[in-house]
Write a new protein. Structure first.
Length: 279
């Protein structure tokens, strides 16, 4: 029996989308690992399962390429929104998708890009979760094997540790060198995504993300949102400004509402190809 799938990508962050509404459950982690293998499978950063929902037309479930479960995925949400609109599961203008963060709005813009409500950031350390005392974890030290990294911890439904790289430093080099240690640092009991960012203009950020469960990726939607939230907390940006976040795969636009009520993200979502693979 063959498994039907659609390969999709958002700024090069690529996913295997499978319709599991009839089955009612996502694919097992071992099967997701095999499908994401870039040499022996389809190849992807993760598997997006489209599931039934009692409160929305559909739900999204995210499994990383290592078989772990992601609570939320911004690029994945845009891809599922595009998938659903193209197949009549949502109206042409978009709709609501049930996610690990609850019900989130997804809108198809006139240029075809997808604008999604990413919900409100979580800033209380114990809810991120991050083992820092106090109300917020802003500009706090993270002790690594050979150096101290200053990070700001934010959750966008999944945990993030955001570090702003000094002027003139190579953002990617920092991500490659420090990302694995940050991901598995004991300060983050559920592991964490690691963001390495640098402002390149008044409202422009260069960002490279080491993703929990996937490593370096071309783009990370929740990471872009968490980075803009961290920039505001650090006094580097302001609410209600649209910030362009430049990732290796392209640019996202992020706007944080007043009082951190919610975060909006806009970017592309593209179907690459579709097919079947032996189950």
């Amino acid at each position: 029996m063959a498994l039907a799938f659609v390969k999709m990508q958002g700024l090069g962050n690529d996913f295997i989308v499978v319709d599991r509404r009839e089955a009612g459950v996502p694919l097992p982690p071992a099967e997701c690992i095999a499908l994401c293998d870039r040499h022996r499978g389809i190849g992807a950063d993760g598997v997006l399962a489209v599931l039934p929902s009692d409160s929305a037309p559909l739900a999204m479930h995210v499994t990383n390429s290592d078989g772990s479960i992601a609570e939320m995925c911004g690029n994945g949400l845009r891809c599922v929104a595009r998938y659903a609109v193209d197949r009549g599961l949502l109206p042409a203008a978009g709709g609501v998708i049930d996610t690990g963060r609850g019900l989130l709005e997804c809108h198809v813009e006139p240029d075809g890009e997808i604008r999604v409500d990413m919900g409100a950031p979580v800033l209380i350390p114990e809810r991120i979760p991050a083992q820092y005392p106090g109300q917020w974890a802003v500009e706090v030290p993270l002790e690594l094997a050979n150096e101290r990294l200053i990070i700001t911890a934010v959750s966008m439904g999944n945990p993030h540790a955001v570090a702003f790289v000094p002027e003139g430093q190579d953002v990617r080099e920092w991500a490659v060198r420090l990302g694995p240690a940050v991901e598995r640092h004991h300060a983050f009991p559920n592991r964490t995504n690691a963001e390495f960012a640098r402002f390149t203009g008044p409202r422009a950020i260069e960002l490279v993300v080491w993703e929990r469960g996937a490593g370096l990726t071309q783009a990370c939607g929740t990471g872009a949102c968490a980075t803009v939230v961290a920039a505001i907390l650090n006094g580097l940006a302001r609410v209600e400004e649209t910030i362009r976040v430049f990732l290796p795969g392209g640019a996202l636009r992020v706007r944080v509402e007043t009082s951190f009520a919610r975060v909006w993200m806009m970017g592309p979502a593209v179907e690459v190809y579709r097919g079947e693979i032996p189950a």
